[in-house]
Each structure stands twice: as structure tokens, then as C-alpha cells.
Design a protein. Sequence first.
Length: 372
Amino acid sequence: MDHLDEFLENPWVNGILGLLAVLVLIILVVLALIYIERKFLARIQMRLGPMRTGPYGLLQSLADAIKLLAKEDLRPARADRWVFELAPYAVFVPGFLAFVAIPFTRNWAVSFLELGLFYVVAVTGLSFVGLLMAGWASDNKYALLGGMRAAAQLISYEIPLVLALVAVSMVAGTLNLREMVEAQGRVPLVVWQPLAFFIFMAAALSELERQPFDIPTAESEVVGGPYIEYSGIRWSMFFLTSYANLFLYSLLGAAVFLGGWDWFLGRDAGPWLQALWMAGKTTFLILVFMWARGTFPRLRIDQLMSLCWKVLLPLAFLQIFLSGLVLVHGWPDWALLLTSGAGLLAAAYIVWAAVRPRPLAVREAVASGSVA
């Protein structure tokens, strides 16, 4: 037993066991999320969703996973073999490694990194390389176009996402995710910085390539995007990564903006209660992402880029400036809410002005190019 205890206390062994536990957790959560999203979207669209495989369709995700594992793995004859086969790993591995720094409870994480927030945004930003590899190596014009769209979208929206998290870390005074959770105290940061939360959610939707930001995989335009030539297990790796990232960004948002396991329960709560509280907040954000998918129509590529560079990016810089102004002058916390809330109202007005219905005469003038 002494040798076993010494073996388990080895930091390398703990790290490997932690990564294996996270991998198993990701697979189980992805199977559950696929079923939940099908049911959730079916309820929005007044359908039943999966009902035939298992009771209430509970085994549908498992049946789909077995089907994908059994399907033939095809590769185009003119594809670049090594780049084509490595692309799914280049997409999956960065998302998987990001879970290393995510704290699930106060005392449970693979590693409590001092620069955990910096590590997460740095690692997740590498996934666009795999999408470019998949699009270029497939020797398919639709795949190449989808890969280029995905790279442009991910690089663009990574900037406001990082800036929103920088604004929050300024208030928390740390980049350690566990310390950020504990620094929120009785009031979560979403109350003091609603604008940063809005920017984070919008940019995360784009990073996840979910509606209304699903331009890279738009079936009506690029058929299936970078994944069009993939099948079987390789296609399932892209699919797995999509839902794993949904889980990742929801965990990150719950920890950074909603107080994680600490807010409302306090530090004296047991580890299982902390895990359940964290899971509840994560589930809430996951349902918000799913609700957005079933509610908003797809944006055009020009609208998508305009939203990033003309709306989200200036507002993210504004949020950083306002947060710095409040912190430097030592103003009370309600000043953060006042300034960030004003920025959120400005963002809401800009979005409303862009999508509001216009009279027929104005629409015809805009279409003819006589007015902007």
C-alpha cells in the first residue's frame, strides 16, 4: 500500500490520471449534450426529437456514436494524406488541453495555473490551424472556402473575447481562475460588467461556429465547410470537439462571470455541492447557447465581420478603458455597473438599429445603392 500511495502521489501520475478523467468526462458530457440539444431544439420547434432508440430516445447518442465508429473512413484520392489525417487532431487537442486549467471545484482541477485564464485563451486560439489544414488538404473548393471562413472568423472574434476577459481580470486582479472565482465574493462579476459578459457570449458563439455564426459550415453555401470530405471516426472528432468546446466555454463563463462554485454557497460547502452548483451554472449557459441556435437566423459574412470589428471590438476597448478608469480613481463598485450597463445599452441600440425593419422605399433605395 505504501508503494501504491507513493505512486499515486507522483505529480506525473496525478496529471495523467487527471487528463484521463477529463477525457472520460468530455465524452460522457458530449453524448448527453447531443441528446439535450436535440430535445431542446425540438421543443422550440414544436417537435418531439429522438423518441425511438431507448426510452424517450436516451440511447440515440450512443447509437450514433457506434454508427460513426463503424462507418468506412474515406479519403479523397488527391488529398494531402498526412495533413488530411492530422487535421482532426489539430482541432481536438487544443480544446482538450484547455480543460487542464479549468477548475471544477475549489480543490478539483488538473492543474491550478497562476496564468490559467491566459493559458485557456492561448490554447483554444490554436484550433483554427486544424480547420485550415482540413480545408486545404481535402482538395475540395467548398472545404477550402469553409476553412478560410473559419480561420477568418475565429481569428477575428478571438480578439473581443480576449479583451472581454481582460476587463474582467482587471477587476478580479488575477489571471488564476480559482482566485477569480473567490474574488467575486457575494456579487458575481456579471452584475458589475454586463457588457463584458455580452461580448464574451457573442464571441463564444462565433468561436463555437454555432448559429447565427455558422458561416464556415453553412450547408446552403459551402455544403459542409472544412469537414465535407471527412467521414466516420475523423468526422466524429470534429463533432466531438464542437460540443467539447461548448462545454469548455460554458465552464469558463460560469467560473469567470457567474461566481463558479463559490457565489451564494460560500467556501464552506462540500466538494460535491460545489460541483453540483458549478454544473447548474454551466448547464444554464449551455442552454443559452442552444437557445441562440434555435432562435436567430444565420448572418451574412459581411454582417458577421462588421459585428466583430465595428461593434464588439470598440465596445471591448471601451469596457477596458472604463474599468481602468474606475479602478485607478478608486470609485465604488456601482460605478462599474453604471459604466458597463451604459455600454451594454449602446450595444443593444446598435444591434437593433442594424436589424430593425425598414420601410419599403428605404429598402429599395439601399438595394439600388443610392443611400447607405
